[in-house]
Design a protein around this ligand. Sequence first.
Ligand code: FES
Ligand code: FES
Length: 126
Amino acid sequence: MAYSDKVIDHYENPRNVGSFDKNDPSVATGMVGAPACGDVMKLQLKVSDTGVIEDAKFKTYGCGSAIASSSLVTEWVKGKSLDEASSIKNTDIAQELALPPVKIHCSILAEDAIKAAIEDYKAKRK
Ligand code: FES
Ligand code: FES
């Protein structure tokens, strides 16, 4: 199976790899796993007091499509509000990266990671 050029680009030059201190109150952490393959994705968002995502980082232990999906969403969420970020759909990711059907769950992992990070942020603020 051939990867699309965009997947290869993100895989070879992943954007925003790394992590923030999860104990920083402005940092939201989303950690999710794919039951289908055991891949794991950690997405972290740095959120301003006004609820805008200022920065994002990821670490993904998984396939090229999962790495590309998480790299792509770190670019997409920057500058967005949490509400805007939560509306990013796996179908948008799959379309942008031209993922084949067997790799759709990799993009679902990225959508789930955004949602998990937002939940973490809300839980921290309570
Ligand atoms: Fe092998 Fe995802 S199934 S890395
Ligand atoms: Fe499982 Fe990509 S996340 S194959």
